[in-house]
Design a binder for this molecule. Structure first.
Ligand code: BGP
Length: 474
């Protein structure tokens, strides 16, 4: 089957994982710049002061900063219709609360957008992707403070005004629900929260999330005032969650995980108010949100134009697990015996994507976009210099097939941007070894390598997929 005309095929990245240039051109340090590397089993560390002799993967990353013309040319060769990237907030406001933006930073993104538009590639911009100016963490404890809303809104106004004729598609926060995830670095990655402990963590995370909801809604409203043609979306890490058995307790647990983990954030961002189940969840945990009088009105007036999400895996929820534990480096939990896992223990479940698309569309009836999906794997260069990543092609083909099934089911889908279209630093582990790209980048986990770019087999495969608008997946 073919997708409808104008379907946005492309790839996705994030500044802190691929841009590099962390302290040049007037850029200030971001939270991501304070995170060390890790592995599948060793978590990344947050070091509030940079340690001498420690390797920080975001500092150079794959140096898109110095290679953007070359990289965009390769994306154009594949026929990208869109390219998802993020703006590094601390490149525009080095401390987050500066009064004036950094012109050199603004100019850099002007050049990147111009380069994309030269090839008719539509930029899709994430405003905040897992990084906050580090000074905001130090001074205000990041999003735990309400003050950060104003700094974010000021940042949005600046970039909306500057790029209003170059960028149409925006996402306010990457995987906004990640703040609620149980893994350790979640509050820092998602909310720049530095000072947090076991006792106050739920309160702080929900408070920070509330501030992000308000900030997102304000941004949507202001964005539409600046350019009524803007399309501004939410972005959710969608973790399709199955009950372990037909035990009604498992069913209820899976439903609750879906509500709190997946749907709560988009319910607020799409519908404009907190869902009823959230009130009970907060009350049961004695979490008291501090809100201001017109927050309700702000949320109502700033609902998003479309729903975007990342899809990598499905999970299993069960009250009495007798199942094997999954070795997933992020979410873990009960292993699903019906599906395989990636080398990092992420359950590979293409049909879960079809299920998720239907489930989400049933609920909101607004256009959806898959803005991340892909396989983190170890790639090797063969003696003849080529890279045979047929396992990646297989993964993507199966997911695209299911996405097409969902479109046949009636889901309104705007586009698909494969995650990490060029190899980049892994968010969860800080590794280069966990590669996603159509384009190989010569760099290893310790930061060694020439940074040379080499198209993999999947590069040519994806080119054909785009050329035929999703018809030829062979
Ligand atoms: C998502 C993030 C991305 C990205 C991706 C893959 O959660 O939005 O930033 O990195 O996951 O995860 P990882 O890099 O940990 O393999």
């Amino acid at each position: 089957m073919k997708m409808k005309d104008g379907f946005l095929w492309g790839g996705a990245t994030a500044a802190n994982q691929f841009e590099g240039g962390w302290n040049v051109g007037g850029k200030g340090p971001s939270t991501a710049d304070m995170m060390t590397g890790g592995t599948h089993t060793i978590p990344r560390r947050i070091t509030p002061v940079l340690e001498e002799g420690t390797y920080y993967p975001s500092h150079e990353a794959i140096d898109f900063y110095g290679h953007y013309k070359e990289d965009i040319k390769l994306f154009a060769k594949m026929g990208f219709k869109t390219f998802r990237m993020s703006i590094a907030w601390s490149r525009i406001f080095p401390n987050g609360d500066d009064l004036q933006p950094n012109e050199e930073g603004l100019k850099f993104y002007d050049e990147v957008f111009d380069e994309l538009l030269k090839y008719n590639i539509e930029p899709l911009v994430t405003i905040s992707h897992y990084e906050t100016p580090f000074a905001l963490s130090q001074k205000y404890n990041g999003w735990a403070s309400r003050k950060v809303i104003d700094f974010y809104v000021n940042y949005c106004k600046t970039i909306f005004n500057r790029y209003k004729d170059k960028v149409k598609y925006w996402l306010t926060f990457n995987e906004i629900n990640c703040l609620l995830f149980p893994f350790e670095a979640g509050a820092f990655l998602g909310g720049g929260i530095l000072d947090i402990n076991e006792e106050n963590k739920d309160q702080l995370k929900f408070q920070a999330l509330h501030h992000q909801f308000v900030a997102s809604a304000k941004a949507v409203k202001i964005g539409h005032e600046i350019n009524p043609n803007f399309k501004i979306g939410c972005m959710i890490a969608y973790l399709c969650t199955y009950p372990h058995t037909c035990n009604p307790d498992d069913i209820l647990l899976a439903q609750n995980r879906d509500q709190i983990g997946n749907m709560l954030c988009s319910d607020v961002q799409v519908r404009g108010y907190y869902p009823s189940y959230a009130k009970r969840y907060l009350e049961d945990r004695n979490i008291q949100l501090k809100a201001e009088a017109d927050d309700e009105k702000i949320l109502k007036e700033g609902t998003v134009d479309f729903y975007s999400f990342s899809y990598y895996m499905s999970l299993v929820a069960g009250v009495n697990s007798k199942g094997t534990e999954s070795s997933g480096n992020l979410m873990g939990g009960i292993k699903n015996p019906y599906i395989e896992e990636s080398d990092w223990g992420w359950a590979i479940d293409p049909k879960g994507l079809r299920w998720s698309l239907n489930h989400i569309y049933d609920r909101y009836q607004i256009p959806l976009m898959v803005v991340e999906n892909g396989l983190g794997a170890v790639d090797t260069i063969k003696d003849d210099g080529t890279i045979d990543d047929n396992y990646r092609i297989d993964y993507l083909r199966k997911h695209i097939e299911q996405m097409e099934e969902a479109v046949k089911d009636g889901v309104e889908l705007m586009g698909y941007t494969m995650w990490g279209c060029i190899d980049l630093v892994s968010a969860s582990t800080g590794e280069m070894k966990k590669r996603y790209g159509f384009i190989y980048v010569d760099k290893d986990n310790d930061g060694n390598g020439t940074l040379n770019r080499i198209p993999k087999n999947s590069f040519y495969w994806y080119k054909k997929v785009i050329e035929t608008n999703g018809e030829n997946l062979d």
